[in-house]
Ligand binder design. Structure first.
Ligand SMILES: Nc1nc2c(c(=O)[nH]1)N[C@@H](CN(C=O)c1ccc(C(=O)N[C@@H](CCC(=O)O)C(=O)O)cc1)CN2
Length: 297
């Protein structure tokens, strides 16, 4: 079997177009323009690329983009003061602090300072609690993107066996809650899981989010399963260059799986598309307007 390739780039482009349509209607009918503030601390090259893409795509969708770049050595108090100012700014409907933060900062404290209504990353404890109890929340962008691709590929997910590899607060845990919300039978596997290949072999859906290059092998996959690869790992390409690989051995797994996301071009682009969708949703909620339509979120 050769797996169907799930085209995250194309799916993300459709979501961004739907966001842009909603933004145009919102501005015309209500005179409101959604605004997203992105805060970058330091000069991590990958973070700089992601923040640049977020700013560009925010503007392309017709929204306002506010970029704040702080020096790597900035005091935590200064970052917290900036977040407070953004909380109070009516032109800002979404706030995102790019992670990882430098070691001298307490990420949990920074995230706690963001107004939950503007927390378009869905990382604030209020949103975590709402999602965990099946209530309306801001949903973290990467797991939301994974869910949208799963629904598009498989339709109704109810009753399917899902294995999420990785238990991070950003991906693994919210992913498990989202899949539970779809009535999947969910296992969260991690570094202490016994017989990981055997656990993964039971799954109709595998979501790999461990940050270990090409860890999931083809013979771990049940024939026909759907594999979502969240990993983005830069590895040595052998010729002095680097290349990007996921947490899944793509060649091995695509020979067995029914459908698979590539890296790059899978989950990554969906993360930014879902961020724009969340910003639009936050803007609608802030203005007491109906939730946006046609996004599939
Ligand atoms: N505050 C947040 N910080 C981080 C998040 C997040 O959701 N919120 N996620 C990641 C980084 N990230 C978004 O911020 C992100 C990662 C990757 C991509 C992407 O499109 N990747 C491309 C490949 C890009 C490349 O060549 O390097 C792809 O997969 O096709 C988008 C967003 C950590 N921080």
């Amino acid at each position: 079997m050769t797996a169907k390739v799930i085209d995250g780039k194309a799916h993300a482009a459709r979501i961004r177009a739907a966001v842009a349509d909603n933004v145009a209607r919102l501005r015309e009918a209500n005179g409101v323009t959604p605004g997203l503030a992105v805060v970058l601390v330091g000069e991590d090259p990958a973070s700089q690329v992601y923040v640049r893409s977020k700013g560009r795509m925010t503007v392309e969708a017709g929204m306002q983009s506010f970029e704040h770049k702080l020096d790597v050595g900035v005091a935590e108090a200064e970052l917290l003061a900036l977040v407070e100012r953004l909380n109070a700014d009516p032109a800002v409907h979404g706030i995102l602090v790019q992670l990882p933060l430098p070691d001298h900062m307490d990420s949990a404290k920074v995230i706690r300072t963001i107004d939950p209504a503007k927390d378009v990353d869905g990382f604030h404890i209020s949103n975590v609690g709402l999602l965990g109890t099946g209530q309306k929340a801001m949903v973290p962008c990467t797991p939301l993107g994974c869910l949208l691709m799963l629904r598009e590929t498989l339709g109704d997910l109810s009753g399917l066996e899902a294995v999420v590899i990785g238990r991070s607060n950003i991906v693994g845990k919210p992913m498990a809650h989202l899949l539970l919300g779809e009535s999947c039978t969910v296992t969260v596997a991690h570094s202490r899981t016994r017989d990981l290949p055997g656990v993964v072999r039971r799954a109709d859906i595998v979501v790999a989010a461990v940050g270990r290059p090409e860890m999931v092998k083809g013979d771990w996959i049940k024939p026909g399963a759907t594999v979502i690869d969240v990993g983005i790992n830069r590895v040595d390409a052998g010729d002095g260059k680097t290349r990007l690989v996921g947490d899944v051995d793509y060649e091995g797994c695509s020979a067995i799986a029914g459908a698979i996301t590539p890296v790059p071009g899978g989950v990554g682009p969906m993360t930014i598309a879902c961020l724009l969708a969340n910003t639009l949703t936050a803007c609608c909620r802030a203005n007491g307007l109906p939730e946006p339509e046609g996004l599939g979120v």
